[in-house]
Design a protein around this ligand. Structure first.
Ligand SMILES: [Zn+2]
Length: 325
């Protein structure tokens, strides 16, 4: 369990206030990019701690705190998707929901409460959401559900209405900068612009990887494209990150070609300017549409590398005078 980030202390105190009359289900609305998962785990530790401090925080040394740190607490159930890396179309299986219902059917082992932690509520399918709803409607008195979601609009309204929604705070510019500096991320100004002041914990790439993707997009040769897809193989850097990166780059190309200022890549305007002369705007919008489609279906179990290659070859074609084939 990580300590709280600097922008999370207020949220944590507000959540601790809820402990006086704990709702049955709490929905934390915020992306993992701003550390929502970390905030949730700290809160769970504070709920389950056997000797909480006066300010409501967990003690860090009782048996409950130690078991949470080792992710083996008997009163905490992680309701998540399959861990199998080969499954790209991730969702929370209804079987797993039934396991969680079984888990709450008995009283707590070592704490006063039992917690079901839904680490990504957006992965609930309609059948798993309906199964979960049954227990949310009539939960045992000793159970608390903690749900995380980066897009609460996609969560079944019947589930949402059973939850106390808590909107997680984002870091401000200064806090983001401190985070980036502390984690040795050097292109601070670039990332602050790219994420609009919000550090993305899962996705920020190394300086070398950033150079590689920028040089491929500025010079989309066959060699560069193959080199990139070998490095960005989907294991360490997510598919959605790469797609979004290319999409934002293309948005900026469109802006510059319409005489507007770039939104994300102003630092790289020198690399974009030479592309503008060769740019076919009609093709650009066509490829941007394709990208948009892929971003929507990013969990589709198609070959990751082939898809990135395909989109980069289409991107390469934007700068060709040949008609579309
Ligand atoms: Zn403790």
């Amino acid at each position: 369990m990580l300590n709280l980030y600097s922008w999370q202390h207020d949220d944590f105190n507000k959540l601790n206030q809820l402990k006086h009359r704990l709702p049955t289900a709490i929905l934390l609305a915020g992306t993992n990019a701003i550390g929502t998962h970390n905030l949730a785990l700290n809160f769970i530790a504070a709920i389950l701690c056997n000797k909480p401090l006066d300010n409501g925080n967990y003690c860090g040394i009782c048996s409950s705190c130690i078991l949470i740190n080792q992710a083996i607490h008997p009163d905490l159930f992680y309701l998540n998707s399959d861990n199998d890396e080969t499954i790209k179309n991730k969702s929370i299986n209804v079987v797993k929901v039934r396991e969680s219902i079984n888990f709450v059917s008995t009283t707590p082992n070592s704490s006063a409460l039992k917690i079901v932690f839904v680490e990504n509520a957006n992965l609930l399918t309609s059948s798993s959401a309906n199964a979960l709803l049954k227990i949310l409607e009539e939960p045992p008195h000793y159970v608390v559900f903690i749900l995380l979601s980066d897009n609460i609009k996609t969560i079944l309204p019947t589930i949402r209405s059973r939850c106390h929604t808590f909107r997680v705070s984002k870091p401000n510019c200064e806090e983001s900068l401190q985070y980036l500096t502390k984690n040795n991320i050097h292109n601070n100004n670039f990332w602050l612009g790219y994420y609009q002041n919000c550090p993305i914990f899962d996705a920020i790439i190394t300086d070398e990887q950033l150079d590689l993707i920028i040089s491929t997009l500025s010079m989309p040769s066959i060699d560069n494209i193959f080199n990139l897809t070998q490095t960005f193989d989907g294991k360490t850097i997510s598919f959605s990150f790469v797609l979004e990166f290319i999409y934002k780059w293309m948005c900026d190309l469109a802006l510059i070609s319409s005489m507007a200022s770039p939104q994300y890549f102003s630092q790289y305007i020198d690399k974009m300017n030479p592309l503008i002369a060769k740019l076919n705007q009609e093709k650009l919008f066509y490829v941007a549409d394709q990208l948009n489609f892929l971003i929507k279906w990013q969990n589709h179990p198609l070959n990751y590398r082939l898809q990135i290659e395909n989109i980069l070859f289409q991107y390469q074609n934007i700068f060709s005078t040949k008609p579309y084939t």
